[in-house]
Ligand binder design. Structure first.
Ligand code: FE
Length: 345
C-alpha cells in the first residue's frame, strides 16, 4: 500500500512538472527593448503565473527564427516595423491565432487580415524642422524635402533603414515607383551630409545648425525631452505632420505574432492579449511616447502636445495614412530598389 501511495505521489510530481513546463511559461523573441517591456511583463507574470522568458536582440531575429525552424524555442515575436512583421508572415513563420480579447482591443485595420500578427502601437514618421530657421508655414508634405530652397539643409539616417523604407513603400503605394525614385534622388541632392546615425542624431544636427530638416519618428521627441543631454536638441526642433491635406502622415506599427512552431501557444495568446490591454497600452504611451492602438488609452502629455491620431484611436488633430499600411510590407523590396537606384546612401 505504502509503495502504491509513494508511486502515486511520485507520478503526481512528475505530471505536475511536465504540466508546469508546458503550461506555465512563454518564450518571447523581442526587437523591442528591455526597459520598455520589463515593467509590464512583470505584471503579466504576477497576474497569470506564466513566466516570460525574453530574448532581446537588435539584429538577426528573423534569420535566427528561420534557421531554428521547428526547433525554435520562440512562441511569440515582438517587433517594431510592419516590414518585419510582414517578412516573418511571408516566410510562413507565424501561425494565425484567434482571440476575442485582441479583436476587441485592437481595431481590425491594425491587424493582419488572416490574423498572423497584430499591431500594438503606432508611430508617425514626421518632419523635424529647425524652429529658428524654418517656418512650419513653408511645409506641407514629404515632397517639400525635395524643394531647391532646402539644398544642403536636410539630414537623414540611412535610406535603407526600415523606417525610411516603410515611408518610401507608402510613397510607392500612393504615387508609384517613378515618383518615389525622383523624390529620393531630389532629397539626396538636398542632403547636408552623407546619411548616418539614427533619428535622434538628425535632430542633434538641427540643434548644431548642420541642417534644418530631418525625418524622424514621433516618439523620439518624447525620449529626447526626457533625456537631460538631449533636451536641447529637442528644444531646437518642431514637429511637422506632412500630407495633412493629402493622404495623411505615414505611420508605422510595432506588433506581435505567434510563431508557427510555438510550443506554448495558449500562453502566447494570453501574453498578446495582455499587451493589447489597458495597462500595456498605457505603458507604450507613457514610457515610450507611442500612440496606443486601444481606444481611450491616454497619450503621454508630450505626445498630446504635438498631435493626436485622428482616426479611430484617440480623437484629435492629425490625419494618418492608414490606406497604404497593410501594403507596406509587400512594397519593401521595391522601396529598397528605389533607394539603391537613387544612390541615397
Ligand atoms: Fe525607433
Amino acid at each position: 500500500m505504502k509503495t502504491i501511495l509513494l508511486f502515486l505521489s511520485f507520478m503526481s510530481i512528475v505530471t505536475f512538472n511536465v504540466y508546469s513546463k508546458e503550461k506555465k511559461e512563454v518564450n518571447l523573441y523581442s526587437y523591442r527593448q528591455e526597459f520598455l517591456l520589463k515593467p509590464f511583463l512583470k505584471v503579466f507574470e504576477q497576474k497569470t503565473g506564466i513566466k516570460v522568458n525574453v530574448f532581446f536582440t537588435k539584429k538577426g531575429l528573423i534569420e535566427r527564427l528561420k534557421n531554428e525552424g521547428k526547433n525554435t524555442p520562440a512562441d511569440a515575436i515582438l517587433t517594431v516595423d510592419i516590414g518585419n512583421l510582414s517578412k516573418i508572415a511571408n516566410l510562413g513563420l507565424f501561425q494565425p491565432f484567434e482571440s476575442k480579447v485582441v479583436s476587441e482591443n485592437i481595431p481590425s485595420k491594425f491587424r493582419h487580415e488572416k490574423n498572423l500578427w497584430v499591431g500594438l502601437s503606432a508611430r508617425a514618421r514626421i518632419i523635424y524642422y529647425s524652429k529658428d530657421r524654418v517656418s512650419p508655414k513653408d511645409l506641407q508634405s514629404y515632397k517639400d524635402l525635395t524643394s531647391k530652397k532646402f539644398k544642403g539643409k536636410i539630414c537623414s539616417r540611412s535610406g535603407l533603414h526600415n523606417y525610411n523604407l516603410a515611408l518610401v513603400s507608402s510613397m510607392i503605394f500612393h504615387h508609384g515607383e517613378e515618383y518615389s525614385l525622383k523624390w529620393a534622388k531630389e532629397v539626396k541632392a538636398n542632403l547636408a551630409r552623407k546619411p548616418q546615425g539614427n533619428d535622434r542624431s538628425q535632430v542633434k544636427a538641427i540643434a548644431e545648425g548642420l541642417c534644418d530638416l530631418a525625418l524622424g519618428n514621433t516618439y523620439y521627441m518624447g525620449k529626447m525631452l526626457e533625456n537631460p543631454k538631449q533636451r536641447t536638441w529637442a528644444a531646437s526642433a518642431g514637429i511637422f505632420f506632412p500630407d495633412q491635406k493629402g493622404v495623411g502622415t505615414h505611420v508605422n506599427l510595432s506588433g506581435a505574432g505567434i510563431t508557427k512552431y510555438a510550443k506554448n501557444k495558449e500562453n502566447a495568446i494570453k501574453l498578446i492579449e495582455f499587451l493589447s490591454g489597458d495597462l500595456a497600452q498605457h505603458m507604450y504611451a507613457q514610457v515610450n511616447h507611442e500612440y496606443p492602438l486601444k481606444k481611450n488609452v491616454n497619450l503621454s502629455l508630450i505626445v498630446q502636445s504635438f498631435g493626436k491620431m485622428q482616426d479611430g484611436i484617440t480623437k484629435g488633430s492629425f490625419k494618418q495614412d492608414l490606406v497604404s499600411l497593410p501594403k507596406l510590407g509587400n512594397l519593401r523590396e521595391k522601396a529598397i530598389k528605389v533607394m539603391q537606384r537613387a544612390g541615397f546612401n
